[in-house]
Ligand binder design. Structure first.
Ligand SMILES: CC(C)(COP(=O)(O)OP(=O)(O)OC[C@H]1O[C@@H](n2cnc3c(N)ncnc32)[C@H](O)[C@@H]1OP(=O)(O)O)[C@@H](O)C(=O)NCCC(=O)NCCS
Length: 197
């Protein structure tokens, strides 16, 4: 199978992500287009979406999976990112290295388990490696079992675990992957990428 991936510029990408997030009923706190634009405006980033046919109308191709990755700097002004960098202090080396943060992503329920997220992840890793990034970092929670299982299959390594003393399901898990040429060579998905306006 060849995965169909669209790469978006910031403004249209932010609107597309806001739209697709409406389909993720399990997560009450969805990102708005404005939040996405504010976060990504002054930093290197990649907005990817996978498209696939609707099962009962295969002529119609719809967005089914998405992923946003962005640069994470040693010195961040935005409080949320500054906090993230501080938490990663002893787990990730920033000095003289480009670090990528895998911010948000998901696959619509009816299309899960079909390789779309692997295809987006591999595309983002290929882009990141070509753009000089050394490492990609991602944050999740204990209770996001689908995501944890997926990150495991995608060979992310746990670099930090932050216990939530009230509810361990809410504990945070930080993972990362070194972006070597071996990693890119080991990719398995066949992908075609188009650039949206
Ligand atoms: C996690 C998620 C993005 C996976 O998307 P997907 O398109 O189904 O993933 P893929 O089909 O590309 O699977 C990639 C790999 O992970 C594995 N995988 C997928 N779901 C899995 C699960 N629930 N448990 C274990 N492994 C899983 C697949 O088998 C595959 O491995 P392989 O390529 O080595 O065979 C999707 O389940 C999702 O959107 N979940 C909700 C989002 C979420 O949990 N967000 C939490 C915020 S961090």
């Amino acid at each position: 199978m060849e995965y169909l991936i669209k790469q978006y510029p910031l403004d249209t990408g932010a609107l597309e992500i806001q739209y697709i997030e409406e389909y993720f009923g399990e997560f009450p706190r969805k990102k708005t287009a404005q939040e996405i634009i504010t976060r990504l405006r002054d930093r290197e980033s990649l907005i990817l979406m996978a498209e696939a046919p609707l099962p009962d109308d295969p002529g119609l191709v719809v967005p089914v999976s998405y992923k946003i990755v962005h640069e994470l700097r040693e010195r961040e002004a935005e409080p949320k990112l500054a906090d993230l960098v501080a938490r990663l202090r002893n787990a990730v080396r920033f000095e003289d290295r480009k670090v990528l943060y895998s911010w948000i992503g998901g696959t619509r329920r009816d299309w899960r388990g079909q390789g779309h997220f692997r295809a987006l992840t591999e595309e983002s890793e290929a882009w990141a490696h070509a753009s000089g990034y050394h490492e990609v970092v991602v944050k999740t929670k204990n209770r996001f079992y689908d995501m944890r299982g997926t990150l495991d299959q995608l060979e992310f390594n746990v670099i930090k675990y932050e216990v939530n003393p009230i509810d361990n399901r809410e504990s945070k898990v930080y993972l990362s992957k070194q972006l070597t040429s071996d990693v890119v060579r080991a990719h398995t998905s066949r992908r075609s990428v188009v650039y949206a306006d």
